[in-house]
Ligand binder design. Structure first.
Ligand SMILES: Cc1ncc(COP(=O)(O)O)c(C=O)c1O
Length: 402
């Protein structure tokens, strides 16, 4: 008998819904099928390109031999450029030493849990939520407590419910604005209410703002901009989405609040970041030079995404059984409710198998996500049109047979 490998219990708790059916999609493609990928939030997979000037800066940085390990907190010029960018883009004043460069926001989330959360301690996360918050809570054996977002109100947090869920055992409250998977952009009133609750209980707010410049309706307001002097805000942001550089794997954590608390959190996160030595150096140098420039490329990016967003909102609501009461205001996702005689996971799997359209099942984002699917509106209009036609055909078929 072969020896059973001793895999960790920790690893069995990881389940990343966005990529779960990749192997199935690939096997369909190997059979010659044309799969339309609406599952992954990567503009580079469609007709968006990393700004040419940024790529040229990367080449120059490598030729200049910035190919060494950087310091674990990041290349100093990039820490400074990020502080500058936060001020210009979001009106957030942060000291450059309180900016830590990470290998994507993904690593920032991992670092936060590693640094701040012990077994059984509570973290408050939105429901639905970007799955990494669920994954790392499970991985680190945290007690994840979901606070609901309200669909009828455009998926804004129910702050009364949130307030009732807080106690002394909560380590931080996660806010994600603009929000993945719903595309909600939060009113400033909601952000302030959450900040007030956090200040009352003396707990940090983790604010993931990776889609900050991708807002099409309403006004995006950064959490750190409206925080009081008693709040601790742990900002998460990066270059994947707004700089169209998902594959560069660069993001950052910044800290704002009373100095003694900020310095403790900073040291704890840095202790984790030291174990991976540094984030990729030449690309940090390139971004340090590029991030201070006016992001002129963003105007065209937003125009294209907005056109696709409007089309998606209109077309989805024409499909029988699909319901999207409020158009996504930011990011590049729609999270419609789907009426079908099966679970949302079964729905997504069958849609992929039968019509070769790859969406993510909503319950992968938390219990409130059940009965929904997430799809990206990044592809060109003609690809979206084809995808929605296939989805409509699928819906008509399952409604006939149920
Ligand atoms: C809300 C949110 N946070 C973090 C990430 C991870 O981004 P990164 O590429 O910086 O690791 C994503 C990616 O989709 C996201 O949607």
């Amino acid at each position: 008998m072969s020896k059973v490998l001793g895999l960790s219990k920790r690893i069995s708790r990881l389940d990343y819904p966005i990529r779960k059916y990749n192997a199935l999609a690939r096997s369909l493609e190997e059979k010659g099928e044309k799969v339309i990928y609406l599952n992954i939030g990567d503009p580079l997979k469609y007709d968006f390109q990393t700004p040419r000037e940024l790529i040229e800066e990367a080449y120059r940085a490598m030729l200049e031999n910035h190919n060494y390990y950087a310091s674990s907190e990041g290349v100093r010029e990039l820490q400074e450029a990020i502080a500058y960018k936060e001020k210009v883009w979001n009106g957030v004043e942060v000291e450059s030493r309180n900016v830590l460069v990470t290998s994507g926001v993904s690593e920032g989330i991992n670092a936060l849990f590693a640094a701040l959360v012990d077994d059984g301690e509570k973290v408050l996360i939105p429901d639905p939520s970007y799955p990494l918050y669920i994954n790392f809570a499970d991985f680190y054996n945290a007690n994840k407590v979901f606070y609901p977002l309200v669909e009828e109100e455009g998926w804004v947090p129910d702050t009364d419910r949130l307030r009732r869920l807080v106690d002394n055992n909560v380590k931080f409250i996660v806010v994600n604005n603009p929000h993945n998977p719903t595309g909600a952009v939060y009113p400033v009133k909601t952000i302030k209410e959450i900040l007030d609750i956090a200040a009352e209980w003396d707990i940090p707010v983790v604010s993931d703002e990776i889609y900050d410049a991708l807002t099409f309706e309403g006004e995006f307001v950064s959490t750190a901009r409206v925080a009081s002097k008693d709040n601790v805000v742990i900002g998460l942001n990066g270059f994947s989405k707004t700089f169209l550089a998902t594959g560069w794997r660069l993001g950052y954590v910044y800290l704002k609040g009373p100095e003694e608390k900020v310095s403790q959190i900073r040291s704890a996160i840095l202790a984790f970041l030291m174990t991976r030595l540094s984030a990729v150096t030449p690309l940090q140098v390139a971004l340090a030079r590029f991030a201070r420039r006016k992001p002129l490329f963003l105007e065209e990016v937003r125009r294209k995404m907005d056109e696709r967003r409007r089309f998606t909102f209109k077309r989805l609501n024409e499909i029988p059984g699909f319901r999207l009461p409020v158009a996504p205001a930011g990011a590049f996702y729609a999270f419609p409710r789907v009426e079908a005689n099966m679970s949302d996971e079964e729905f997504a799997r069958r849609l992929l198998l039968e019509e070769k359209v790859f969406v993510v099942y909503g319950s992968g984002f938390g219990p409130v996500g059940a009965g929904h699917v997430r799809l990206v509106f990044l592809p060109p209009l003609e690809v979206l049109e084809e995808a929605f036609n296939r989805i409509e055909r699928f819906m008509r078929r399952i409604q006939r047979t149920s």
